[in-house]
Design a protein around this ligand. Sequence first.
Ligand SMILES: Nc1ncnc2c1ncn2[C@@H]1O[C@H](COP(=O)(O)OP(=O)(O)O)[C@@H](O)[C@H]1O
Ligand SMILES: [Mg+2]
Length: 319
Amino acid sequence: MIEVEDLRKEFVVRRGRLRRERHVVHAVDGISFHVDRGELLGYLGPNGAGKSTTIKMLTGILVPTAGRISVAGLEPSRKRIELARRIGAMFGQRIQLWWDLPLRDSFDLLRHIYRIPADRHRVNLARFRDVLELDPFLDTPVRQLSLGQRIRGELTAAMLHSPELLFLDEPTIGLDVVAKQRVRDFLVEINREDGVTVMLTTHDLGDIERLCNRLLVIDHGTLIWDGGIPELKERYGGERTLVIDLEEPAPPLEVEGAVVERVDGPRQWLRFRGSASELTARVARAARLVDLQVAEPDIEEIVRRIYASPEKVSDTNGV
Ligand SMILES: Nc1ncnc2c1ncn2[C@@H]1O[C@H](COP(=O)(O)OP(=O)(O)O)[C@@H](O)[C@H]1O
Ligand SMILES: [Mg+2]
């Protein structure tokens, strides 16, 4: 469905007094990956990593500086119109619906723009009205909708023409828990039941954990991880943390097999591999313990570790 080879995008920005100083931003700096039909792929990275720029190139909105892209067999920037019939796209922070029109009218306009056959339009709309519970606000102008309602409308708009591939840029940003869950359920449904390939950018790890079977992580314009979430946890989750409370504040403990990560008064965090009970015994010989607990890394912690050591990942993972 998607093939990307050594993709790059540079922006030239001017700054300084009189904006004379030219500065090149390498927003996407040589990334390669491919995506099979039916995948639900997460594209994760901190702010400014290059996620939106990638999606804009994949959907034909931006022309790459270098590299090769094929989406559904088409080169996006050259075949933007043709591609638009095959893909759906939603940008969480940008409004694509008509601001002053009720949702119902927007959906009708889209039928004409995409030349969607009337019966397919009817069937699709009926389904999305049901799944996304649109009826209570179908006749409300978009400008009066809550963010969660608007996103549900935008999702419908992106899917009305039955695209085989859906791009979403931060689909859950700013949503409350309930609205987030609704969006996630919807994405899982169209992926599982309709076989729609979905690629979504996010910096919400909950999205990734609940939705995706594969994860790309981008940082500073380069890919630092491409693989499954279990593999990610296996490689980076091997280390655990022993949190100990001492009788009184102390300098970082020096114990074999552990590294003190953090000290806060009498509490210390020790990163270690292997047996927690052996380490606990060594700690108990070195200091007076009041309490302790073992913390498993969650995906958030794991990703923090990847960001902290990108070179290690790219070496071992062959990205
Ligand atoms: N139109 C633009 N002009 C100049 N710089 C840009 C432009 N769009 C994005 N950038 C820069 O490119 C980098 C990547 O941005 P973006 O793709 O939006 O990141 P993300 O979506 O991961 O937060 C950032 O440093 C951003 O400031
Ligand atoms: Mg972005």
